[in-house]
Write a protein that binds this ligand. Structure first.
Ligand code: RIB
Length: 300
């Protein structure tokens, strides 16, 4: 049984258009189907963990609008505890404008809205949620002071702190020192290190004090790099329909596996399986797999 997981992060309504290809700057394209899906990296990772059987609570902020109500209802349907998700009286709920091409690749622009109103004080006021957490899971779609407050409280209460640095932005050594697992994709890895070579970027982050670096590599699986060496876990071969939230499926599943006390390599495989299943279905939260689906793929 997993220890409880606490996610501190964003909730967005995803506005998704299918496209034959992504538009160039200044270009108008006629797209295909339009759909809305509940999303946001924080909410996706919370739902990913909940579908795998973990007890999950979330700290976040949505607007007092129809999207906010729908985003809360979506995570609650999967059993995520929303007691610490604030409803902002004035800000609009976060939205993500997404295009998905025929090969499943995506572009995403996030208008943070209420997510940008989550304060360090909101996080401190929710300290009770940290008390029994086995893992605190963070991303960068909320303001950095809120992320830092959550990382500090996570360490104070003895939880593992996982940071998915997406969207990538420069991070202080002070924040990196609070993190047990830093989980970027390849693009984010290079951005964080300010380098163009992935191996050099990984080494540079370890030199800055990162304890465990977990890099998601898409069709190549995932890699764990630590001061004592590195290990790879291969991807599961699937046909990509929509890659939105594949990284979130990985992070949620990786967190659950670690919180269950599994070794890192097994947690990577668990994350890879969840990520693979997520790309076979459309939408963010609707694409996230159940525990039965993940175990079936792992044992196939
Ligand atoms: O990681 C995918 C998510 O990124 C989408 O659901 C979108 O809301 C953006 O936050």
């Amino acid at each position: 049984m997993s220890k409880p997981i606490l996610v501190v992060g964003s909730l967005n309504m995803d506005l998704v258009a299918r496209v034959a290809r992504h538009p160039r700057v200044g270009e108008t394209l006629l797209g295909g189907d339009f759909q809305t899906f509940p999303g946001g990296k924080g909410a996706n990772q919370a739902v990913a963990a909940a579908r795998l059987g973990a007890a999950v609570s979330m700290i976040g902020c949505v607007g007092s609008d129809a999207f906010g109500a729908a985003l809360l209802a979506a995570v609650e349907k999967d059993g995520v505890d929303t007691a610490f998700i604030r409803r902002h009286p004035a800000a609009a709920s976060g939205v993500a404008l997404i295009t998905v091409s025929q090969d499943g690749q995506n572009t995403i622009v996030v208008a943070a809205g209420a997510n940008g109103q989550l304060t360090a004080q909101d996080v401190l006021s929710a300290e009770a949620a940290f008390e029994d957490a086995g893992a605190v899971v963070l991303q960068l779609e909320i303001p950095l002071p809120a992320v830092e407050a959550a990382a500090r409280l996570g360490r104070k209460h003895g939880a593992m702190v996982l940071l998915n640095p997406a969207p990538a932005q420069p991070l202080s050594d002070g924040l990196l020192a609070l993190v047990d697992y830093l989980i970027p994709n390849q693009t984010e890895l290079l951005h964080l290190a300010g380098l163009s070579d992935p191996d050099q970027a990984a080494r540079a982050l370890l030199e800055r004090g990162v304890r465990n670096l977990v890099v998601t590599l898409g069709e190549q699986g995932s890699r764990w790099v630590s001061p004592v060496g590195q290990k790879d876990a291969p991807a599961f071969a699937v046909r990509a329909v929509d890659t939105v939230a594949a990284g979130d499926a990985f992070v949620g599943a990786f967190a659950v596996a670690l919180a269950e006390g599994r070794p890192v390599l097994e947690a990577l495989r668990y994350g890879n399986a969840a990520g693979a299943l997520a790309v076979t279905r459309a939408g963010a939260q609707p694409s996230l797999p159940t525990r039965i689906e993940v175990e079936k793929l792992l044992h196939s």
